[in-house]
Each structure stands twice: as C-alpha cells, then as structure tokens.
Design a protein around this ligand. Sequence first.
Ligand code: TYM
Length: 332
Amino acid sequence: MTRIFSGIKPTGHLTLGNYLGALRQWVEVDQHRADSVFCVVDLHALTVEHDPARVRRLSRQAATLMLAAGLDPARCTLFVQSHVDEHARLSYLLECIASDGEMRRMIQYKEKSVRERERGGSVRLSLLTYPVLMAADILAYGADEVPVGEDQTQHVELTRDLAVRFNQRYGHTFVVPRATPPKVAARVMDLQDPTSKMGKSHESGAGIVYLLDEPEVVRKKILRAVTDSGREVGYDREAKPGVSNLLEILAACEGTGPEALSGAFSSYGELKKATAEAVVALLRPVRERHMELCADPGRVDAVLREGAEKARAVARPTVDAAYRAIGLLPAG
Ligand code: TYM
C-alpha cells in the first residue's frame, strides 16, 4: 500500500494556504487511499526566534485543527514530531551525507536567513539544517508520496537526493519519495501582495485568511484583496496575479479549474464576493468542529498519544536499519 507522510509547522495560526495546498487533500483524498502519516512538526518551529509557550500552544492548536478539518485517527496516524525520537536520530545520520552547499542553495533558507538578519537576530544553525530534518521526517516512514504545497517541493527534491545517495553508499535502506502537490491552489498568494506566498508569519495579517478567522473577517479580507489593472476577469498569473489568485482560491473551493471560471464574472467585485462566500462556506464546518474539540482536550491528547505509538513502531525499524547500514555498532 502507498505510504504518505506530510506535516505542518506550528509557527503561526494555520492559513487558507495550508488548507488548500495541503490539509484538504490529506482529508479528502489521501487518508482514504493510502497508509497516511501526518505530523505536527514542532522541532521545525525552533529554527527561528521562538516563544516556548506559543510553540506549545500552536502545536496543540495545529493538531486540533487537523482533526477538525477531518483527519480521522481511525484512518491515519496523527502525532507530534518531538514525541518520536526517530526524527532527530535519523536527521543526524543524514547530516553526515548532506553538504553545506546543498543546504545553502535552499530557497527558504536564503529567504528566512535574510529575514532573521534584518530583524537583528542571528541565524540558527538549525535553520540551515532544517531540510535535513524534513528529509528524516519523510524517510523514517518509508513514504512514497509527500503531499505538500509548491513551496516545499525543493525540500522533497533534496530528500530524494539524500535517499538515493544513502542507498548507493550504504545499501538499499530508504524509499525514494516524490512530492504530490495539489492540481489547483498549490501556491495560494497573499491577498495584499499577490506576488508572495500566503504564509503563517507574514508581517501584517491583512492578506492572510486564517482558518479560525470569523466569517466577517474572512469576507472583509477577501473583499479588500488587491486586484490588478484592467477590468476583465481572466486567469493569467503573470499579468493578473491578484485576480488569478482569487480565481484559484474559488476554483479550489468549488473543485474546478481557474481557467474554467474566468468567463463567469463581469467584474472584480463579483469575483471577490463569490470567493468570499465560497471560503466562508468551506471553513465553517472546520471552525465548528474546532470549537467542539477545544471543549474536549483529553480527546486530542489521546489521539496524539496513540498516534506517537503507531508512528514510533513504523519509524524505528527503518532508522535502526540506517544506523546499522552506515556503520554504527548495534547496542547489545
Ligand atoms: P508549512 O507548515 O509551512 O506548511 C504546511 C503545508 O501547507 C502548504 N502551504 C501552502 N500551500 C499552498 N499555498 C500556500 N500559501 C501555502 N502555505 C503553506 C505547505 O506547502 C505544506 O505542505 N517544511 C514544511 C513542514 C514539514 C514537512 C515535513 C512537510 C516538515 N517536515 C515532511 C512534509 C513532509 C513546512 O514548513 O510546511
């Protein structure tokens, strides 16, 4: 059976980008067709300046939202990365076959390290090695597929390179995975700056729809979205980034393609209204289930405890095999 692994980093409140680019696909498709493992990757949240209490809070919130969105613990494994030691164990081995040049070429490292320096902070070494930990997340589970948004495909490419290299040098140990981004909305853009990604930690929240935003806030953000010059509603990401982003969001909500919707609106205003209502309707059940789950934190804890046990049982044999293959003496 196909094995799937993917994760969300608790560095901010989850966004519409996370939902359309990843989570929704996990819920609606992946958990029904594959042996699926999903993770709140909290160790990754420590790679930039962080507040411990906030990371803890956001980790719980991410897990709760993943359940609220419809991940079903009877169909998939849901856990928190730091609860399973195998990630950190394997990450070190992979650091021993990765090169620093390879890490410095990662787009996210380049962008984030500049941002950290601009803020006057130092760049944590873990920000540079982050993609290796991500590779460990994936390879520990022998995942065939990694459903992620477009921004993560370079990291999955690196994971493939590391898996192939390890297998060639030390014998076949890892499955070589591939990224499986969604066909529509693989890169949802910021509503106020449609040339940059809608990200959890963008400076102002005005261009970001958060999954837990009140419906009125969602409407306001979408109705105020930046659009492009001209009046024609057409899909062209280069020439009309704002309108194309809205078309893509609406298409994702309606399960169609953005080109198919292009001719359906006679003004930008109409498109914005339709998009706002579609997003509000899409997020309503998630918000409602999130509220129910918040009233029952014991349930979330129990899911995460069981999830970690299941995850450990899958990851340990692979990571142990990697330790043996690379030349480490097995413990007695
Ligand atoms: P993270 O937490 O930034 O995002 C989680 C998932 O949401 C997708 N995503 C988007 N998709 C479309 N449009 C957007 N604007 C948008 N913003 C986010 C991301 O592509 C991702 O699929 N490094 C990862 C977390 C990670 C991981 C892993 C993922 C760590 N280990 C192993 C897969 C497998 C990250 O920072 O995702």
